[in-house]
Design a protein. Structure first.
Length: 236
Protein backbone atom coordinates (compact mmCIF):
# COMPACT_ATOMS: atom_id res chain seq x y z
CA UNK A 1 0.00 0.00 0.00
CA UNK A 2 1.12 3.57 -0.62
CA UNK A 3 3.05 5.64 1.89
CA UNK A 4 3.48 9.42 2.22
CA UNK A 5 5.81 10.97 4.80
CA UNK A 6 5.69 14.71 5.45
CA UNK A 7 7.77 17.23 7.39
CA UNK A 8 5.65 20.39 7.37
CA UNK A 9 7.27 23.67 8.42
CA UNK A 10 9.57 22.05 10.99
CA UNK A 11 13.03 22.17 9.39
CA UNK A 12 15.37 25.18 9.48
CA UNK A 13 16.18 25.10 5.74
CA UNK A 14 13.08 23.46 4.24
CA UNK A 15 9.46 24.44 4.67
CA UNK A 16 8.38 21.14 3.11
CA UNK A 17 9.90 17.68 2.86
CA UNK A 18 7.69 15.06 1.25
CA UNK A 19 8.75 11.46 0.63
CA UNK A 20 6.21 9.09 -0.92
CA UNK A 21 5.81 5.63 -2.44
CA UNK A 22 3.16 4.79 -4.99
CA UNK A 23 2.10 1.12 -4.85
CA UNK A 24 0.08 -0.21 -7.77
CA UNK A 25 -0.41 -3.22 -10.02
CA UNK A 26 2.53 -3.53 -12.41
CA UNK A 27 0.13 -4.09 -15.28
CA UNK A 28 -1.38 -0.61 -14.90
CA UNK A 29 0.42 1.70 -17.36
CA UNK A 30 1.93 4.90 -16.01
CA UNK A 31 4.23 7.67 -17.18
CA UNK A 32 7.00 9.02 -14.93
CA UNK A 33 6.74 12.60 -13.75
CA UNK A 34 6.98 15.35 -16.38
CA UNK A 35 5.79 18.93 -16.85
CA UNK A 36 2.12 19.10 -17.90
CA UNK A 37 0.00 21.91 -19.26
CA UNK A 38 2.69 24.14 -20.65
CA UNK A 39 5.06 23.54 -17.78
CA UNK A 40 2.71 24.51 -14.95
CA UNK A 41 2.30 21.10 -13.26
CA UNK A 42 4.94 18.45 -12.53
CA UNK A 43 3.37 15.04 -11.97
CA UNK A 44 3.29 11.44 -13.06
CA UNK A 45 0.41 10.28 -15.24
CA UNK A 46 -1.81 7.23 -14.87
CA UNK A 47 -2.14 6.22 -18.51
CA UNK A 48 -5.21 4.10 -17.83
CA UNK A 49 -7.45 6.80 -16.33
CA UNK A 50 -5.46 9.96 -17.08
CA UNK A 51 -5.03 11.33 -13.57
CA UNK A 52 -2.10 11.42 -11.17
CA UNK A 53 -1.15 10.24 -7.69
CA UNK A 54 1.31 13.01 -6.77
CA UNK A 55 2.17 16.38 -8.23
CA UNK A 56 3.33 19.92 -7.63
CA UNK A 57 3.04 23.26 -9.38
CA UNK A 58 5.10 26.39 -9.94
CA UNK A 59 2.83 28.22 -7.48
CA UNK A 60 3.94 25.92 -4.66
CA UNK A 61 0.84 23.75 -4.47
CA UNK A 62 1.34 20.01 -4.04
CA UNK A 63 -0.87 16.97 -3.48
CA UNK A 64 -0.65 13.24 -2.82
CA UNK A 65 -3.48 10.74 -3.28
CA UNK A 66 -3.86 7.34 -1.62
CA UNK A 67 -6.71 4.96 -2.32
CA UNK A 68 -9.08 3.48 0.25
CA UNK A 69 -10.50 -0.03 -0.27
CA UNK A 70 -14.08 1.26 -0.10
CA UNK A 71 -16.36 2.55 -1.35
CA UNK A 72 -15.61 1.60 -4.96
CA UNK A 73 -17.72 3.46 -7.54
CA UNK A 74 -17.23 1.98 -10.99
CA UNK A 75 -19.09 4.82 -12.71
CA UNK A 76 -17.30 7.64 -10.84
CA UNK A 77 -14.55 9.88 -12.25
CA UNK A 78 -10.96 8.84 -11.66
CA UNK A 79 -9.64 9.64 -8.20
CA UNK A 80 -6.43 10.80 -9.86
CA UNK A 81 -8.29 13.79 -11.29
CA UNK A 82 -8.57 15.18 -7.75
CA UNK A 83 -4.82 15.74 -7.63
CA UNK A 84 -4.87 17.72 -10.85
CA UNK A 85 -7.88 19.77 -9.80
CA UNK A 86 -6.24 20.63 -6.51
CA UNK A 87 -3.07 21.79 -8.27
CA UNK A 88 -5.12 24.02 -10.59
CA UNK A 89 -7.10 25.48 -7.66
CA UNK A 90 -6.12 28.68 -5.87
CA UNK A 91 -8.03 28.23 -2.63
CA UNK A 92 -6.66 27.34 0.82
CA UNK A 93 -5.88 23.62 1.24
CA UNK A 94 -8.68 22.93 3.75
CA UNK A 95 -11.39 24.51 1.60
CA UNK A 96 -10.11 22.88 -1.58
CA UNK A 97 -9.94 19.40 -0.03
CA UNK A 98 -13.41 19.69 1.47
CA UNK A 99 -14.85 20.41 -1.95
CA UNK A 100 -12.91 17.66 -3.72
CA UNK A 101 -13.50 14.93 -1.13
CA UNK A 102 -17.24 15.65 -1.04
CA UNK A 103 -17.57 14.43 -4.62
CA UNK A 104 -18.96 11.07 -5.68
CA UNK A 105 -15.65 9.27 -6.15
CA UNK A 106 -14.24 5.97 -4.94
CA UNK A 107 -12.70 6.02 -1.49
CA UNK A 108 -9.44 7.95 -1.18
CA UNK A 109 -7.32 10.23 0.98
CA UNK A 110 -5.69 13.51 -0.03
CA UNK A 111 -2.66 15.08 1.60
CA UNK A 112 -2.05 18.50 0.10
CA UNK A 113 -0.63 21.92 0.67
CA UNK A 114 0.37 25.35 -0.53
CA UNK A 115 3.06 27.74 0.73
CA UNK A 116 2.65 27.98 4.50
CA UNK A 117 -0.26 25.52 4.84
CA UNK A 118 -1.08 21.82 4.61
CA UNK A 119 -4.14 19.65 5.20
CA UNK A 120 -5.39 16.10 4.83
CA UNK A 121 -8.69 14.27 4.70
CA UNK A 122 -10.56 11.32 3.25
CA UNK A 123 -13.87 10.65 1.53
CA UNK A 124 -16.56 10.44 4.18
CA UNK A 125 -14.27 11.94 6.81
CA UNK A 126 -13.11 15.27 8.16
CA UNK A 127 -10.56 17.54 6.50
CA UNK A 128 -7.98 18.77 8.98
CA UNK A 129 -5.36 21.50 8.75
CA UNK A 130 -1.95 20.15 9.71
CA UNK A 131 0.16 21.77 12.39
CA UNK A 132 3.90 22.10 11.80
CA UNK A 133 5.54 18.75 12.42
CA UNK A 134 5.89 15.24 11.08
CA UNK A 135 2.95 13.39 9.52
CA UNK A 136 2.42 10.12 7.64
CA UNK A 137 -0.38 8.62 5.56
CA UNK A 138 -1.08 5.27 3.91
CA UNK A 139 -4.19 3.60 2.50
CA UNK A 140 -6.35 4.29 5.54
CA UNK A 141 -7.99 7.43 6.94
CA UNK A 142 -5.54 10.06 8.26
CA UNK A 143 -4.34 9.26 11.74
CA UNK A 144 -4.35 5.47 11.25
CA UNK A 145 -1.14 4.26 12.92
CA UNK A 146 -0.10 1.30 10.80
CA UNK A 147 3.42 0.00 11.62
CA UNK A 148 4.98 1.35 8.44
CA UNK A 149 3.31 4.72 9.00
CA UNK A 150 4.83 4.99 12.49
CA UNK A 151 8.24 3.63 11.41
CA UNK A 152 8.40 5.88 8.36
CA UNK A 153 7.47 9.01 10.29
CA UNK A 154 10.04 8.22 12.99
CA UNK A 155 12.74 7.56 10.38
CA UNK A 156 11.98 10.86 8.65
CA UNK A 157 12.31 12.70 11.96
CA UNK A 158 15.75 11.16 12.49
CA UNK A 159 16.86 11.90 8.92
CA UNK A 160 16.02 15.58 9.31
CA UNK A 161 17.91 16.20 12.53
CA UNK A 162 20.70 17.94 10.58
CA UNK A 163 20.23 21.17 8.66
CA UNK A 164 21.51 19.52 5.47
CA UNK A 165 19.25 16.90 3.91
CA UNK A 166 20.62 13.87 2.07
CA UNK A 167 18.11 12.73 -0.58
CA UNK A 168 19.66 9.26 -0.54
CA UNK A 169 18.77 8.94 3.14
CA UNK A 170 15.15 9.75 2.28
CA UNK A 171 15.11 7.24 -0.57
CA UNK A 172 16.52 4.66 1.86
CA UNK A 173 13.53 5.17 4.16
CA UNK A 174 11.17 4.57 1.25
CA UNK A 175 13.19 1.51 0.14
CA UNK A 176 12.69 -0.36 3.43
CA UNK A 177 11.35 -3.84 2.58
CA UNK A 178 11.01 -4.99 6.18
CA UNK A 179 7.65 -6.67 6.76
CA UNK A 180 6.27 -6.14 10.29
CA UNK A 181 5.79 -9.24 12.41
CA UNK A 182 2.56 -10.91 11.35
CA UNK A 183 2.20 -8.58 8.36
CA UNK A 184 1.68 -9.17 4.66
CA UNK A 185 4.09 -8.16 1.85
CA UNK A 186 2.16 -4.91 1.33
CA UNK A 187 2.82 -4.02 4.99
CA UNK A 188 6.38 -2.99 4.12
CA UNK A 189 7.25 0.56 3.12
CA UNK A 190 8.57 -0.79 -0.20
CA UNK A 191 6.51 -3.58 -1.75
CA UNK A 192 8.05 -5.96 -4.29
CA UNK A 193 5.81 -8.77 -5.55
CA UNK A 194 5.38 -10.03 -9.13
CA UNK A 195 1.95 -8.48 -9.70
CA UNK A 196 1.72 -5.58 -7.24
CA UNK A 197 4.35 -3.35 -5.72
CA UNK A 198 6.04 0.01 -5.34
CA UNK A 199 6.03 1.59 -8.77
CA UNK A 200 7.85 4.80 -7.85
CA UNK A 201 9.40 6.73 -4.96
CA UNK A 202 9.17 10.52 -5.00
CA UNK A 203 10.87 13.29 -3.04
CA UNK A 204 9.67 16.89 -2.96
CA UNK A 205 11.80 19.39 -1.06
CA UNK A 206 10.84 23.06 -0.83
CA UNK A 207 13.49 25.37 0.58
CA UNK A 208 12.64 28.41 2.64
CA UNK A 209 14.35 30.39 -0.12
CA UNK A 210 11.72 29.18 -2.63
CA UNK A 211 13.94 26.61 -4.33
CA UNK A 212 12.12 23.37 -5.19
CA UNK A 213 13.77 20.00 -5.75
CA UNK A 214 11.79 17.07 -7.17
CA UNK A 215 13.22 13.57 -7.53
CA UNK A 216 11.47 10.39 -8.60
CA UNK A 217 12.61 6.81 -9.15
CA UNK A 218 10.48 4.24 -10.97
CA UNK A 219 10.79 0.49 -10.39
CA UNK A 220 9.96 -2.82 -12.03
CA UNK A 221 8.38 -5.84 -10.33
CA UNK A 222 11.76 -6.86 -8.85
CA UNK A 223 12.22 -3.45 -7.31
CA UNK A 224 14.99 -2.46 -9.73
CA UNK A 225 15.17 1.17 -10.90
CA UNK A 226 13.89 1.66 -14.44
CA UNK A 227 13.70 5.46 -14.66
CA UNK A 228 14.82 8.51 -12.71
CA UNK A 229 13.55 12.09 -12.86
CA UNK A 230 15.35 15.07 -11.31
CA UNK A 231 13.83 18.53 -11.64
CA UNK A 232 14.37 21.83 -9.85
CA UNK A 233 12.71 25.20 -10.08
CA UNK A 234 11.89 28.34 -8.10
CA UNK A 235 8.41 29.17 -6.82
CA UNK A 236 6.64 32.01 -8.60
Amino acid sequence: MCLALLAHDCHPRYSLVLAANRDEFHSRPAQPAYWWEGGEILAGRDRQAGGSWLGTSYSGRWAVLTNLPSPVRDDAPSRGELVLEYLRDEGPPVAALRELLAREVSGCCLLAGAPGAAAWGSTGGEVTELAPGFHALSNAPPGTEWPKVVAGRDALRVALRDSAIDPEALFAILANRTIPVGGEPWSAAFVATPKFGTRCSTLLLVGRNGHVEFRERSFDSRGDVTDEVCESCALV
